[in-house]
Write a protein that binds this ligand. Sequence first.
Ligand code: UDP
Length: 274
Amino acid sequence: MEKGPDIQPKTKGKGAVEPPANGLRRDTVEFLGVKIDNVDTGQLLERILFFASTPHRQRKVMYVNADCMVLAQKNPRYMDVLNGADLVYPDGAGVVLGARLLGLRLAGRSTAADFMPEFAKHFARAGLRLFLLGARPGVAKAAAKALKSQAPNLLIAGTHHGYFKKEETRGVIQQINASKADILLVGFGAPFQEFWIEENAGQLTPTILWGVGGLFDFLSGRTPRGPRWMLDHGLEWLCRLAVEPRRLWRRYLIGNLLFLWITLKQGLFQPGKK
Ligand code: UDP
């Protein structure tokens, strides 16, 4: 995890904090057509807390890794949804390295499984209510329990698994809204979670709608993450591949090569166009 400044928000009311140093101006790079925020983990927290303190406007927060970047090249709708978000952070060493190959600077990667226990302490202090939506039945609840063990005052507004039918969506949304959650974490995996957020934002009352992928599996301990040195050296994909080879071989073995190829092609053949 990129270590950001230890942010101590000046709380004035529920979740109220000083705006980020550069106000609401985004510092983004455009990499393979996707607008990505140049934020380290500290700045990411700062932005999230600021979003939460301005509830008159709903915000969408998303992440990208190498796999997401490849998907976005093939799926223009996904690219549009990412580019319509209020904050898109790199959660994958590949995106940071790939951008660097094209001369673009990104502060570093921020991986939710690393930062969420720390963020939870700040959410607790700010009185923000979290709703965890996604993963197999029981996993979001176990993830909430794990977060509460790190941040005992954290307010969990509710949890719901991610395997409901389309016709159950209304009921799930009613449950989320009734919980009065400020932050909704949606863990369905990309791009399904981004499409779901986009489609249902208008019906949802939480201030922040945030795609978090497989976060709940990691927090609950359902999926092991691998040794720290591998996570810190851009090898998280290898750990994930070792744990779930049948599901993930295509994503990582073919996907990473494809990502490298697309990036190099961009750099070699269209140097002006990132
Ligand atoms: N998932 C879900 N509903 C679905 C399909 C998947 O809640 O219909 C969950 C799945 O259980 C897992 C997450 O979505 O917790 C996807 O994790 P993955 O690691 O593939 O996401 P990534 O972070 O790599 O995008």
